[in-house]
Design a protein around this ligand. Structure first.
Ligand code: NFE
Ligand code: MG
Length: 492
């Protein structure tokens, strides 16, 4: 049995370590560890409840808008505001979250994942690139398959994607003041009323971005899929999926256990800490969740907790949303899903795979952009965008939404007018979870087990599997330790 540790996994968000046991070129056991501690829940205690929407965004610079949405919904719930947000407020919240989805998905495919599939130092880019230049080098030796023309097109789109992401950020600044960490989304709605100017500014960027998704992003994903068809059959998770749903029904919520769709019941969410660096205790629902670090705990190998749904280790993210919406025949998206599956040649039975995740992500970028075109034209210039609220001395709330990487939940308890307890269960906590109290592996661990590794000096296959999940360890865990060993830490 050969042991291989990849630490850190590069070209992801945050810091992830992967430990593999390999026999006869196949991964027998995989462990995914988050070596840093996230103290945001501790930082929030005792603060003004509205601070949650500003502070939780600092969990991550890639998906901050999702955290502001989850915390605003959480506060809406605790403040009795659910259902009272003016239509402009709901629409602008969804437009801001939509921009965040698109920029995050484009970022993932081009700037994080593409270099797993495209070799740029074989001379075809003569004059453009020099051996040793970042961000393209160094690169593992591997079976890079795209030919010269495909490589040049992917490289061209890699550069163009930087500009597309800039424009998606500008769109968030139009209604959210700035990006990252926009200040638009608040409890009760958003901070800014729409104007005709802002609508026009937003819309022309949106049309350009939609054009890029249709004519570059989706074709580029299909090019990669065409070059590497074996990845339709590599990297399956256990087949359990969870989505909370978001964006005004564009994505429906639901759970898939052993291939069967179920209605979402958030009471089934628990978190186990047996192999996580937290004090042992019962598995708890997040509304009762605790953040009690124990860095030196025996048997613990991650700062990520192990959330489970009805005891199942569920994958979340674009593939989970695709599965839930496909199986529930969500009328908002089912025609587009069917059409995409046909055009892409994506075999439905092989969607639970590396390529299935990339395809699902590209498809939903298009679904979101198309929906945003409708929403932007529904805004009423000058109309109210927020409702008045009072902060109660005592209250409780839950805020569930979807982040680019999957189901995101925040839970608050207000005590004496301040935050008494706050818990976040983020997408990568699900996907990168360690084993739980029943020793069930997390989705990334399962997807790695059974994956081939041809050359342990160039472990591209497991890296392709891990990156297909678009993990964000900054979201899952946070705050630096002093020695980088995952044990010796202090709450900063
Ligand atoms: Ni830091 Fe995040 C997303 C959230 S992932 S990127 O998407 O919430 O855990
Ligand atoms: Mg948590």
């Amino acid at each position: 049995m050969k042991k291989l540790k990849i630490d850190p996994v590069t070209r992801i968000e945050g810091h992830l370590q992967i430990e593999l046991s390999i026999e006869d070129g196949i991964i027998k056991e995989a462990r995914a560890g988050g070596p840093m501690f996230r103290g945001i829940e501790i930082i929030l205690k005792g603060r003004h409840p509205l601070d949650a929407t500003r502070i939780t965004q600092r969990i991550c610079g890639v998906c901050p808008t999702s955290h502001s949405m989850a915390s605003a919904r959480c506060l809406d719930d605790a403040l009795g505001m659910t259902g009272k947000i003016p239509p402009n407020g709901e629409l602008i919240r969804n437009l801001l979250l939509g921009c965040n989805f698109i920029q995050s998905h484009v970022l993932h495919f081009y700037h994080l994942a593409a270099m797993d599939y495209v070799r740029l130092h074989n001379g075809v880019e003569a004059g453009l690139l020099k051996e040793g230049w970042g961000p393209f080098f160094p690169q593992h030796e591997a079976d890079y398959k795209p030919g010269k023309e495909e490589t040049l097109r992917l490289l061209h789109d890699y550069i163009k994607a930087l500009d597309i992401r800039r424009q998606a950020h500008e769109m968030q600044a139009i209604f959210g003041g700035k990006m990252p960490h926009q200040v638009g989304i608040i409890a009760g709605g958003v901070t800014m009323k729409p104007t005709a100017d802002k609508i026009a500014d937003f819309r022309f960027r949106l049309l350009r971005i939609k054009d890029f998704i249709e004519n570059s992003y989706i074709p580029d994903v299909l090019t990669v899929a065409g070059c590497y068809p074996e990845y339709w059959k590599t990297g399956a998770s256990a087949g359990h999926f969870l989505a909370y749903g978001a964006l005004d029904g564009l994505f429906a919520g639901g759970a898939v256990k052993e291939g069967k769709l179920e209605k979402l019941n958030t009471g089934e969410i628990t978190e186990s800490v047996k192999h996580s660096r937290f004090k042992d205790g019962e598995t708890l629902h997040p509304s009762q969740g605790k953040t009690e670090p124990q860095p030196e705990k025996d048997g613990a190998y991650s700062w990520v907790k192990a959330p489970r749904y009805g005891g199942y280790s569920c994958e979340v993210g674009p593939l989970a949303r695709l599965m839930v919406n496909y199986l529930s025949r969500n009328p908002a998206v089912i025609d587009d899903i069917e059409k995409f599956l046909k055009v892409s040649g994506a075999p439905p039975e092989n969607l639970n795979s590396v390529l299935g995740r990339h395809a699902a992500r590209a498809l939903e970028a298009l679904l979101v952009a198309k929906k945003m075109e409708e929403w932007i034209l529904k805004l009423e210039p000058g109309g109210e965008a927020a409702a008045h609220f009072e902060i109660p001395a005592e209250g409780e709330g839950a805020g569930l939404t979807e982040a680019p990487r999957g189901a995101l939940g925040h839970w608050i308890k207000i005590r004496n007018g301040v935050i008494g307890n706050y818990q976040c269960v983020v997408p990568t906590t699900w996907n990168a979870s360690p084993r739980d109290d029943k020793e069930q592996p997390g989705p990334i661990e399962t997807a790695l087990e059974g994956c081939p590794v041809k050359d342990t000096d160039n472990p591209v296959e497991p890296l392709r599997v891990v990156r297909s999940f678009d993990p964000c360890l900054a979201c899952a865990v946070h705050v630096l330790n002093r020695k980088g060993n995952g044990k010796d830490f202090s709450v900063l």
